[in-house]
Design a protein around this ligand. Structure first.
Ligand code: HEC
Length: 110
């Protein structure tokens, strides 16, 4: 039996499994994927005063501002104690992709 099940093989298999799921939801951007690609570098560790994902205390007051405010701050940028760059610094992201990533982060941080 081949022992050559590499990370690449697993990634390919995962991509195949994920395809039919994304195909049906053309309008729903994948917040988790956007998060991993663009937001995680700051929000996983809380670098530069970024609210850490999963840290309910860090998110409570932000969530209280309302989702619309969080969307706007994420798309246009926001300066508090730290500096949230517009679209996390990735201008290629659509507004909907940024919103999906906000939804994902907030959902994981309640
Ligand atoms: C370069 C680091 C960095 C990246 C990348 C980044 N953020 Fe942030 N983000 C921050 C910092 C720092 C803050 C805190 C700003 C403050 O309140 O002082 C923040 C705050 C936020 C807030 C709260 C805003 C508010 O009104 O309280 C949201 C929501 C958010 N980020 C979403 C995102 C999303 C979505 C992405 C990916 C598309 C992302 N961030 C990528 C650094 C980053």
């Amino acid at each position: 039996m081949s022992q050559k099940i590499t990370a690449k093989t697993i990634a390919m298999a995962a991509a195949l499994v994920a395809l039919p799921m994304t195909a049906g939801t053309a309008f729903a951007a994948d917040g988790a994927a956007v998060y991993k690609k663009t937001c995680k570098m700051c929000h996983a560790t809380g670098i530069a005063a970024a609210p850490k994902m999963g840290d309910a205390a860090a998110w409570k007051d932000r969530i209280a501002k309302g989702m619309d405010t969080l969307y706007t701050h994420s798309i246009k940028g926001f300066k508090g104690k730290g500096m949230m760059p517009p679209k996390g610094g990735n201008s290629k992201l659509s507004d909907d992709e940024v919103k999906a990533a906000v939804d994902y982060m907030v959902e994981q941080s309640k």
